[in-house]
Design a protein around this ligand. Structure first.
Ligand SMILES: [Zn+2]
Ligand SMILES: [Zn+2]
Length: 271
């Protein structure tokens, strides 16, 4: 499996909106959350951030077989509006579609989106016009979705602040396992499929609470969650120099004192 970190930031990203503080001016850019996992015949994107258009153009990846959403917060699902624009038929965008010959028009795209029943309800309630153009599929804890030879298994996590229906994803191919859980106060090992977060070869998980900022929970809660995950390699995401009041270099050096790595947009990993 080839893995690309599309976004290592939090809900605001770096720079923060309309901020020109020292940290926003000088830090590496952090886009909102997202992970791309690909192998021969299958490409999936985990979380559809409001930056998804730029993220996928930057890595020249126009073909994605399926999109998975951890939960309905803007930074994880706001990009569904972008997918909607791409999925609308060309004629629906145009006032005078007859001006463009049919063989000149771009093909009509369609997108498979997998999300929780709660996220689906939110989308249908607040943005029914978006839901209408997407192929929405509901996820259940522990029920694997097969995409080519890849299996994507949704599992429940404790989002904290507030606690509500949120997923992590375990992606399997052969013996390799990648886990993605960007917004976590902790894990829920006693729930159905709640132990899917354990023993990954590569884990992407929240990092902000380790360094001078409250995350979705406290530093102690996050430390114990990451320890219990027992991943071979852990990459910290959901970081933000603006909130942490640390430069990227300071953050990277603080991360080097832990056994974890600081995430960076468009970093690539192979399993
Ligand atoms: Zn700032
Ligand atoms: Zn969230």
């Amino acid at each position: 499996m080839d893995v690309t970190l599309l976004g290592s930031g939090d809900a605001l990203g770096v720079p923060a909106p309309l901020c020109d503080c020292e940290y926003c001016r000088t830090s590496e850019r952090r886009r909102r959350p997202g992970l791309l996992v690909e192998m021969a015949g299958a490409t999936v994107v985990l979380d559809v951030s409001p930056d998804v258009k730029e993220q996928l153009h930057a890595i020249e990846m126009p073909d994605v077989n399926a999109f998975f959403v951890t939960h309905h917060h803007f930074d994880h699902a706001g990009g569904l509006h972008e997918l909607n624009h791409a999925a609308m038929a060309f004629d629906e965008h145009m006032l005078n579609p007859g001006a463009v010959a049919s063989d000149e028009r771009p093909r009509k795209a369609s997108f498979e989106v997998f999300l929780t029943p709660t996220a689906c309800l939110h989308l249908n309630y607040s943005n029914a016009h978006v839901a209408k153009h997407l192929d929405l599929n509901l996820l259940a804890h522990g029920d694997a979705v097969r995409v080519g030879d890849m299996r994507v298994v949704p599992f429940p996590v404790d989002h904290g602040r507030p606690m509500f229906d949120t997923l992590g994803f375990a992606v399997y191919h052969d013996d390799a396992k990648v886990v993605y859980a960007p917004d976590v106060r902790g894990f829920l090992p006693d729930r159905e499929a709640g132990r899917e977060y354990e023993n990954a070869d590569l884990l992407f998980a929240e990092g902000v609470a380790l360094f001078r900022a409250e995350g979705h929970g406290s530093e102690a809660e996050l430390r114990s969650a990451l320890e219990s995950a027992s991943a071979d390699r852990t990459v910290l995401v959901n970081c933000n120099e603006h909130f942490q009041r640390m430069s990227t270099a300071e953050l990277r050096s603080a991360a080097a004192d832990t056994e974890y790595e600081l995430g960076r947009d468009f970093a690539e990993y192979q399993l």
